[in-house]
Unconditional design. Structure first.
Lengths: 272, 310
């Protein structure tokens, strides 16, 4: 009995420590935006809204959130479209060299990272005149996400029964009609998952926009956050905390949406 | 880029299960199929494969961001690579990266992730949701934000940590930069391991655990004799993926910018400093080559492992 009680006490102590470890760093983000003249100290907020006014008045803050939207939605659409087309073809048609291609894609997506490729990507962007171009950045980000996206997407395609396509074909639908009206609705959850995954990836990406966009008016929120932190030697805590909160909320909402709708699980992960 | 590559255990199921799928259900034909695949492959070729090959070539030149060598780079052969591997900075960075990967991924995230998954294995309800939600929150928030939150937490004068420990003025980021980024990254990345082990523990047959318990095995003995043999494959997958991601992680830059005096300059930050801050593109590319090679070794090892499990 004592052992049981001790076990319980140990369990709850451990949980409390874990909860503290994961909560304490976040406290500042929820208190500072509502505190007038915030410092690094976590204080009970006086629920002022003047910090939000400061963010609205800042010339680059809100536009940078819009830039983040443009970059992440643009990339997600392109990734979903291209990955779906490629994955469908790879799933249904035995193209020569398909298995080798898939293996190569898998290898590429894990070894060529932003870290390893930052020098040539920077140069490539200079050569192709894509520095300071949001479209250029979208293309580069898409290239980076595509291998993994094709891989996950192919998994979805493989698990959809092909009998629907066959019967549509019997009724005389053309291959493109079948893809558009039969396949796309069938794999819609897969498309949504890849889209959300791509948005989340780009929304938080710092390195690529930091390297390739030097014009403040085009920079996304990730870069602006860093600028607010380093510019003038002194971090502008008022702006940073409030802007940080605004920048974080969409990710949290997206997570809640996804976990409610699909359950937050692994895709392509451990299924056995 | 690397963060969300899913653990691709699908490969192995593919071949055995399919076979029937090779037939072309929609009557697409090879021509259209190739046209479907082409745009994606084109982007991958231009923005992923080409840069990787280019980095190998660049590493062989004396290319610089500015100055005479920027206009007409000279071919210098293996000089950069030799220079890179003979400078102490590279070895310093490699050593720091090793500490970072071992400390935050292999020890921090795996142990913490497994502990949480193990503690929460039979639970449902608000406690489980709260713990998992917080851990996942640390993982999904943008890196620019979380790194700043840690700057605030560790601040010498007003930071919450010093206030709690009662040691105002202790400069964590200056005195212990490596420890700071290791704990930061543990906090940041535990969610992946937690979810992976959570799923893996769900696959351990309850009857095995039950009979071990009836036979009088202690908690630790159950873990060692029943649970670990079942999830060994997952542990390996987990270790390789998070090592790869941590190895390529650029967020330490946001916390310490590699400083003070390069004491937290992991390889990812080292490349950035050499190539883009000092403008020595050739030298930076040589360091990138080293990173690519290490990534390649880890990835090939991982893929072989998947194959041999099949």
């Amino acid at each position: 009995m004592t052992r049981f009680v001790l076990g319980r006490i140990g369990f709850y102590t451990l949980i409390a420590v874990l909860l503290a470890f994961f909560t304490i760093p976040l406290l500042w983000l929820v208190t500072a935006p509502f505190t007038s003249n915030p410092t690094y100290e976590v204080k009970v907020p006086d629920f002022t809204l003047e910090n939000f006014q400061a963010v609205i008045d800042h010339p680059y803050a809100l536009p940078s959130l819009w830039n983040s939207v443009v970059l992440s939605v643009g990339t997600a659409l392109l990734v979903v479209l291209l990955a779906a087309l490629a994955a469908y073809a790879l799933s249904r048609v035995r193209l020569p060299g398909r298995d080798a291609l898939l293996y190569a894609l898998l290898l590429l997506s894990s070894i060529i990272t932003g870290t390893a490729a930052m020098v040539p990507l920077f140069q490539l962007a200079v050569e192709l005149n894509l520095i300071d171009s949001q479209f250029g950045l979208i293309l580069i980000l898409t290239g980076g996400l595509l291998p993994a996206a094709i891989f996950m997407m192919k998994d979805f395609m493989d698990s959809t029964p092909k009998s629907y396509e066959e019967s549509a074909r019997v009724f005389g639908a053309s291959p493109l009609q079948i893809v558009r009206h039969v396949v796309v609705p069938l794999v819609r959850p897969g498309l949504a998952t890849i889209g959300v995954w791509a948005v989340a990836n780009v929304w938080g990406n710092f390195l690529m926009p930091y390297l390739l966009l030097s014009d403040v008016e085009k920079q996304p929120a990730a870069v602006i956050t860093y600028t607010l932190y380093t510019e003038g030697g002194q971090a502008n805590l008022k702006m940073l905390s409030t802007f940080g909160l605004l920048y974080s909320v969409p990710v949290v909402l997206m997570y809640l949406f996804v976990s409610k709708k699909y359950g937050f699980r692994f895709h392509g992960g451990i299924k056995r | 880029m690397a963060q969300a590559t899913s653990p691709p255990e699908v490969v192995q199921e593919d071949r055995s299960r399919r076979g029937g799928y090779s037939s072309d259900a929609a009557g697409l034909g090879r021509g259209r199929a190739a046209a479907f695949v082409a745009p994606a492959l084109l982007l991958i070729a231009v923005f992923l494969v080409f840069p990787a090959l280019w980095v190998l070539y660049l590493g062989l030149t004396n290319y610089r961001l500015t100055g005479a060598a920027a206009a007409e780079p000279q071919f210098v052969g293996l000089d950069n690579l030799i220079e890179a591997v003979t400078t102490p900075e590279l070895w310093n960075s490699t050593w720091l990266t090793l500490q970072f990967v071992l400390g935050s991924a292999v020890i921090g995230q795996v142990v913490l992730g497994f502990t949480i998954a193990w503690l929460m294995r039979d639970r449902t309800g608000p406690l489980k949701r709260a713990v998992e939600g917080l851990v996942i929150l640390a993982w999904i928030l943008p890196s620019a934000i979380v790194s700043f939150l840690w700057v605030a937490l560790l601040d010498a004068d007003d930071g919450t940590l010093n206030a709690m420990l009662g040691i105002p003025g202790f400069p964590w980021l200056l005195d212990h930069p490596m420890l700071s980024i290791i704990i930061f990254n543990t906090w940041r990345g535990t969610a992946f391991s937690m979810m992976l082990y959570g799923a893996a523990l769900g696959n351990v047959p309850p009857s095995h655990l039950e009979s071990a318990r009836l036979a009088g095995a202690s908690g630790w003995q159950q873990l060692r004799d029943v649970v670990f043999p079942h999830i060994r494959g997952h542990i390996l997958t987990n270790l390789l993926l998070i090592s790869l991601w941590t190895f390529n992680d650029f967020s330490p830059f946001l916390l310490t910018a590699g400083g003070p005096d390069g004491r937290s300059e992991v390889l990812a930050v080292h490349v950035y400093k050499v190539a883009l801050q000092s403008g020595e593109l050739g030298h930076g590319a040589a360091v990138s080559t080293v990173i690519l090679l290490i990534n390649l070794v880890v990835a090939v090892f991982y893929l072989r492992l998947l194959r041999s499990k099949k």
